[in-house]
Ligand binder design. Sequence first.
Ligand code: BES
Ligand code: ZN
Length: 850
Amino acid sequence: MSDAPQTIHLADWRPFGWLVTDVRLTFTLSPDATRVRSAIRFEPNPDPQADRTRFFLHGEGLRLISARIDGVAVAPAITAHGLTVAVPDGGFLWESEVEIAPAENTALEGLYMSRGMYCSQCEAEGFRHITFYPDRPDVMAQFHVRIESDLPVLLSNGNLAGQGPGWAEWHDPWPKPAYLFALVAGDLVATRDTFTTRSGREVALAILVRPGDETRTAYAMDSLKRAMRWDEEEYGREYDLDMFNIVAVDDFNMGAMENKGLNIFNARLVLASPETATDADYERIESVIAHEYFHNWTGNRITCRDWFQLCLKEGLTVFRDQQFSGDMRSAAVKRIEDAIVLRNRQFREDAGPLAHPVRPESFVEINNFYTATVYEKGAEVVGMLKTLVGEDSYRASLDLYFKRHDGQAVTIEDWLRVFEDTTGRDLSQFARWYSQAGTPRVTVTEDWENGTFNLTLRQHTPPTPGQPKKAPQVIPVAVGLLGPNGDEVVPTQVLELAEDEQTFTFEGLASRPVPSVLRGFSAPVILEGDASLERMAFLLAHDTDPFNRWQAGRDLARHVLRAMLTRDATPDPAYGQALAGFLRDDRLDPALRALALALPGEEDTARDLYNTGVPPDPDAIHRAHEALRDVLAQDLGALLLQIRAAMTPAGPYAPDAAGAGRRALANACLALITRVDGGKAASVAFASASNMTDKVAALAALLATGRGEAELSAFERDWAHDRLVMDKWFTLQVHHAAPVAAAATVERLVSRADFDMRNPNRFRAVFGALPGNPAGFHHASGAGYRLLADWLIRLDPLNPQTAARLSQAFDGWRRLDAGRQGLMRAELARISATPGLSRDLGEMAARMLA
Ligand code: BES
Ligand code: ZN
């Protein structure tokens, strides 16, 4: 087999030729020479499609010590990807022993070490770095695992089957694919609790962390118990093992992983105390704990047939974690936050060379397809299905899904069929959401005649790589109508736009209404066209849909920014006035008001300009945003002080939504106040802050106005011993560096002794943060591009997954001016031409250049 990266196609899938009926693994742990013995029983797969032309097991970076079939030594043919060997016609026992070196594993895929502790990461294709195996999700089996080591805590999936000095045995009764295998060994401290399922079974819960960190596990445990209860109540899903363990590790490529019964988490998504974690951290921990727990049913009990079906588990599980967070906190605020993320990440992806369908049709490296499209757009597609079939049918469909497919590895077709069978609805057109890439544009025109109001909706999706022509999709557009005095005259209804153009008629209205379109962001589309300032201010003041009220504020800001950037206009005071009315309304959730006070991101403005045919200039955009903030700070002056004072909390810090909302509003005010008070309020706030939320907000406000040197030093003095808190310190400096100083700031930070490029969190704290300072990253000198490319090339041999992920910062190069385009393309070409480049980064660079 050639070593050139191969492209894998959805159309080529065939069932594996054998079934695995039993897996026994024995690990004898040692940093440089861990021995893995396997005994795997194979039976011929009776499926007529199964491919038994050759017996191939995946395996990469394994030193084979011995191999036997039915007890007789064999000599397999080994390549860089796996082995082939002649096997008997019927069932047989495969046994092998391999040696691996977890201490040398810097890619953090397979079995590796993180500060003295062993841990594993097998999704998507990491198990093949542990032993020879059919490492594909449609091969499901029961695992028995024995771990031999002197370390005090030895964990694997399932239930503990026995333990003694120097060993432990685990048995997972639920058949699972190898990507859900996990092993942890280390000196860990457990926070324990129990959960009684609704059928009365008691589950032992544990969160295992490094000694010293156990004071920061309470919120994760609380989140876990709430998630377990919620899944019983909302989806009828009960936990299915005697124990559930969560382990926090410092070195982790992703956020967290749903291994059966043994979730492994990036420490930053477990550990929280008021002094070290922000409100945003708490909110994220709650949602990620829930997400990984929810995978127990959507992902583990029912898994994916192949990796093209990834959205089957990820899109659905993101949708479920979003519902959960909405229920735990404010559904309206959560919806806005999710829409912001979707537009920033997914709309951006869809608008460039990396655009791909929610279910891709080919890939080189599957790790490159854990994308915003698969996750966030995948979740939107589930949400649209729910909107279209309604609450009750959604639940009935999910019930059928769990009943029909429990224990199986399934496809999007299977998923859609449960909805069709439940509702009788034909979903063949809806299925285009899975196969067509690109963000649909929807335009709305209104017509009013003799008491009849016509809304004409048109859709159109621009071409994406490999898909020049798009067919119309089924777009649920939630619409309500407001009367001229602001009363709602027609409550929300869902219009189904399924053709290129459709007109919807509303009769019997006394006067011309104002439509509120795409309420709750009912579909992941771009609403094109520009309403008048008056219309936007009216909706900001009166819409009954909180999402669209917020959206109206966004539209106003966008309108003002566009006028500043294209006509050199001074900011229209109407924006500040409309905003003030909204901010003053103390019946409104403070969190919602805080969101309204935030401007769109500079990247949003850039995309908005580009979409309307104006070439975006990152420097000018940055200056316009700054200028608008200055104007708001001036115009809203006294009101900001007043609101901030009113939001000052009484009592100790609690990470709940109400407290977080008040802090968010107080701190949004502080950021503006700092622009006009010489930094006084923020300095005081920094010195007196008793929680990390207020601390970081005060420091950010100072840094954003060119101050905060002393505070940065104080922060470092206080927190130098804490990796997670110091990650924030690194990121803040990159985010708030003046554009011209951004590259130099990064260079200063990476020359520090505590910049450890092998720790993904620290690497991301600097290089993941750089594109978050768009004017700095895109500085016309090209220094930002050069620096990022240099460090991606350096990281790639150590950790290709993380290098590939961060390379996405280059995907917008075609939207920039000729000078920046040239600079970015040259850096991509330099990356691409690097000898020995990984499949991960190689694929990303090639796709971005194509
Ligand atoms: N299954 C993934 C983790 C994963 C992703 C492993 C890619 C290997 C490659 C997990 O369920 C997940 O989705 N984690 C997210 C966080 C989640 C809340 C969206 C992550 O790690 O970012
Ligand atoms: Zn997931």
